[in-house]
Design a protein around this ligand. Structure first.
Ligand SMILES: [Zn+2]
Length: 138
């Protein structure tokens, strides 16, 4: 799916997304199905990333020990590596996007089942990391 052709705003609200999920979720409505689907899609995201390395080859993972020997958190942060080399090709990016989208679908479904607003969780996390900044140590 080419997201450039989708006529929705990039600033789609969590509330609108949750509402749309609520309208279309039928078969996996049970919270038991929802949480196991979340688990499944976590694995599928990981699998899609790994296939980008092992099947496609558009990215490589070159991991080494992280360097914590710097004096300041800022220096440590600037020296941390994500161990990804290369750039996702359009095909791999599309596959990973689909898996992340499905994950978000079931995350929204979980919020709906528990009568929670996804945006509250998003805002809570945002305000925590904004307040703590680099000291959130994530
Ligand atoms: Zn690729």
């Amino acid at each position: 799916m080419d997201t450039n052709n989708i006529s929705i705003k990039k600033d789609l609200s969590c509330k609108d997304f949750q509402g749309q999920v609520e309208e279309v979720l039928i078969r996996h409505k049970s919270i038991l199905d929802i949480i196991t689907k979340l688990d499944e899609y976590t694995s599928r995201i990981n699998r899609a990333v790994i296939k980008s390395v092992t099947s496609c080859g558009c990215i490589e993972i070159k991991a080494t020990k992280q360097d914590y020997s710097k004096d300041s958190l800022e220096e440590i942060k600037n020296n941390m590596k994500n161990h990804v080399e290369g750039k996702l090709c359009p095909s791999c990016e599309e596959i990973i996007q689909e898996e992340i989208g499905a994950y978000l679908f079931y995350l929204a479904a979980l919020c709906n089942a528990l009568d929670m607003d996804m945006s509250d969780a998003l805002l809570r996390e945002y305000s925590n990391i904004k307040a703590l900044g680099i000291f959130s140590l994530k």
